[in-house]
Design a protein around this ligand. Structure first.
Ligand SMILES: [Zn+2]
Length: 339
């Protein structure tokens, strides 16, 4: 853990100041202690675990994504294929959909950073920016050594609903596909805005409710019913089923989408779920995510505009991502200068 992270984190329980409880030469092994409520938080492989009391569902969510990220890291080493979405990465999608520089400024937050690979990528690409990644899961642990070597990147285990980061400080926050898996997505959004300095920008991607496409909304009904069962399955069983189902999804959805794309019907192909996935391994990880996450909320563009109104966001844009090859919505805006 780098010492300048101490200026950026607070106690998730009482938002008190944290101090290092360690000797100078033991920086990789000790704890952070709250000066206000005296709670001690472990630092594991240089990553502070700033988790307050977790609900059982939050623990389940953390375990699920820890497993998914560890498997995903193995899967992504396999060669890919097929056609790709117009936006090739999460950050690229956020930039394309929002039409603005979502990481403008010197210091920002990756809210729900998963294994931390985007944090590492941005920190390497932009040496003048500092990125702090926060995630509930321990999927980031596999990148602890790499983060340790980067002067301008930090990882923290934390809950977006008890965000352990200082208020009114950060220039930008982005979050890709995470808020809808929290117990209270709008509260998580409010907490992230709280961390922004006045004028700072927040950009988030969330699942859409398909209130504008009746057929897709109808198809969500059986998926929601399956989730009632699948979210209760033991993790190894869910993973096994996801790996068994992945080739079926590949043949029935991915292959037809590729054919449509080759025939020049890309705008139709974009409507097909899993159409841009390169292989069955990626599909299996995604199925585990889609059918294992305890919480999965969905939103309309109006819902997102209400979120923005609720925190008096300015320069607001709410955008459907379908033209960019992703099924979901992006909301961006800046924190009011007067707040
Ligand atoms: Zn405290």
């Amino acid at each position: 853990m780098k010492r300048d992270l101490l200026l950026l984190v607070v106690c998730p329980a009482c938002r008190g100041h944290l101090r290092l409880d360690m000797a100078e030469n033991e920086i990789r092994t000790k704890a952070l202690v709250c000066e206000k409520c005296s709670t001690s938080f472990p630092v594991v492989n240089g990553i502070p675990y700033l988790l307050d009391s977790e609900t059982e569902v939050e623990s389940q969510t953390g375990r699920l994504y820890g497993d998914i990220w560890k498997n995903f890291n193995r899967a992504k080493k396999c060669p890919g294929g097929g056609y790709r979405a117009p936006a090739r990465s999460h950050i690229e999608l956020l930039v394309m959909a929002s039409g603005v520089d979502v990481i403008e400024g010197n210091i920002g937050i990756d809210a729900g950073c998963g294994n931390g690979s985007t944090v590492i990528g941005l920190a390497n690409a932009y040496p003048s920016k500092t990125i702090v990644g926060v995630d509930l899961s321990d999927g980031m642990s596999m990148n602890a050594d790499e983060i340790g070597k980067l002067r301008n990147a930090h990882l923290v285990r934390g809950n977006l609903l008890a965000l352990p980061l200082v208020s009114s400080f950060f220039d930008f926050v982005y979050s890709f596909g995470v808020l809808h898996h929290t117990r209270d997505p709008e509260a998580a959004f409010r907490g992230l805005v709280e961390c922004l300095r006045p004028g700072g920008r927040i950009t988030v991607f969330v699942y859409k409710d398909f209130s504008d496409i009746p057929l897709k909304r109808f198809l969500l009904v059986p998926i929601t019913l399956i989730r009632q069962l699948s979210t209760r399955l033991p993790a190894p069983l869910l993973r096994g089923l996801a790996w068994l189902a992945a080739p079926i999804v590949f043949l029935t959805l991915t292959v037809p989408a590729r054919l449509l794309h080759q025939l020049g019907a890309s705008s139709l192909a974009r409507h097909i779920p899993y159409g841009t996935f390169p292989d069955t391994k990626g599909i299996a990880s995604s199925l585990e995510d889609r059918f294992g996450a305890p919480y999965e909320f969905r939103f309309s563009l109006d819902d997102l505009r209400r979120w923005a109104d609720g925190v008096k966001l300015e320069n607001v844009r709410a955008v459907d991502c379908l033209p960019f090859g992703f099924s979901g919505l992006v909301l961006t805006g800046t924190k009011a200068l007067s707040s």
